[in-house]
Design a protein around this ligand. Sequence first.
Ligand code: ADP
Ligand code: ZN
Length: 524
Amino acid sequence: MTNLVDTTPTDILKKHFGYDSFRHQQKEIIHHILEGRDALVLMPTGGGKSLCYQVPALIFEGVTIVISPLIALMKDQVDALRLNGISAAYLNSSLSQQEQAEVMRLLRDNRLKLLYLAPERLVSGDKGFINFLKDQAKLSMIAIDEAHCISQWGHDFRPEYTQLATLKSVFPEVPVVALTATADKLTQDDILQQLKLHNPKKFVSSFNRENIYYFVSPKRRSYDQLLQFLNKHKDDTGIIYTLSRASAESLAEQLIADGYDARPYHAGLDRDVRDKHQDLFIKDQIKIITATIAFGMGIDKSNVRFVVHMDLPKNIEGYYQETGRAGRDGLKSEALLFYSYADVKKLKSFVEVEGNTQQSEIMLKKLNEMAEYGELRTCRRKYLLNYFDEEAADECGSCDVCLSEEEKFDGTVIAQKVLSAVTRLEERFGTGYVIDFLRGSKSAKIWDKHKSLKTYGVGADIGKEEWNHYIKDLIHLNYLAKDDGKYPVLKLTHKSKNVLQGKEQVQLFMIKQIEEPVISVQTI
Ligand code: ADP
Ligand code: ZN
């Protein structure tokens, strides 16, 4: 058992970090770890994940290792800790042999409280370093930062992370805390399973970023649309994400030609060019960075006022993390997505060729959820928060849907029709079937089995497309649920009963005419 030094977390917080009180669930997390137990911590970027392991590290006897993929940031993190009088070090490929030997000596003498490591360092081939830790160091805790990197279902899988699974078997007594700012339910379960955490507790902080306003625009002539947007943000700093490296570059060129101070960033650029552009951006010497998703992890820039996505991201996890780079300073910021169904189709074709079948299925599911966000007629913030298993009010007042003057109407009767149809059909059918049933379809399947049920045909006055919209809206408003099986069926929720009993009114959105897409005609 690890001995505890005689100080409280609050003492440490004041003494070493100069803060008076803990934020979010930091206190609970720290107490949980101090009991020697495993944990999964989900906290938004900037929420204060580091203190969750740094404080216990200082209380435990021995050294805490922190696994992080962000080699470039390790030095800064360690320097900051040292400035606070904490004995910390890092090991990565940037150190000389001599410097590495010095760190090993400190470890052997038990003179380090925190050691930052890249995952490959810990698990490289010969197990040399793990054995060293086991035999010659006094390990008190293991913190795994960016833990979603272990999951293939996440959006930033790193193969070297998978080997971290061995840690728990080599060090069964050492508490492990996994931390991430981006993991949906599926990824969370995968992290727990792969790291083989013992009886872990999950700490989920609110992911809501109140100061970020969410907007989606139908993608037509996206460059013109972008210029319009930038015109309103002349003095602001922002990130513009594109799907391909080529478009990151051409977009920067176009913007420069139009008088904007922009530079591209993607993994195909030479390291020094990339670093230079990032540096210019961080130091406010340029206003705009046009980038692929390679940009942004670990970047702590407080005054990003907007994040634009020119193309559809592959999943909500990535999207939410990218938009989360806006507004770290708490001031009002905007996230704008240009959405088109053409992008969905394009990404679908990529998914089909990538990976194995199970993986493709999951990627496809996540892509569909992203597409749904683009087509949403209900509050976008609610959808995003619900996606991460967090409850949210029906309207946020700060997304395009909530802000639009879109007309609503009393849709209680419509809702009652669907909900009773779902009840009569015993929650065993999907949207298509329920709509056919409501519309009184004469198709053999329905006619034979269900024509005598009450509510059969009560929705014949409403078209299929409209029903589709209403049902989606009802799902997003949590009056209905769609389960996750292979053939998703509609289910009732805790909110359904009140509507069926006439105790609750349902507000639905009018369905507007879809605008014709602008087709550019080339004259010869
Ligand atoms: P994350 O790793 O979750 O992105 P950090 O751990 O880097 O976030 O913390 C973000 C910022 O918030 C840091 O500057 C940190 O010092 C500060 N911070 C964290 N916890 C507290 C606290 N309890 N009180 C005041 N500031 C805090
Ligand atoms: Zn909203």
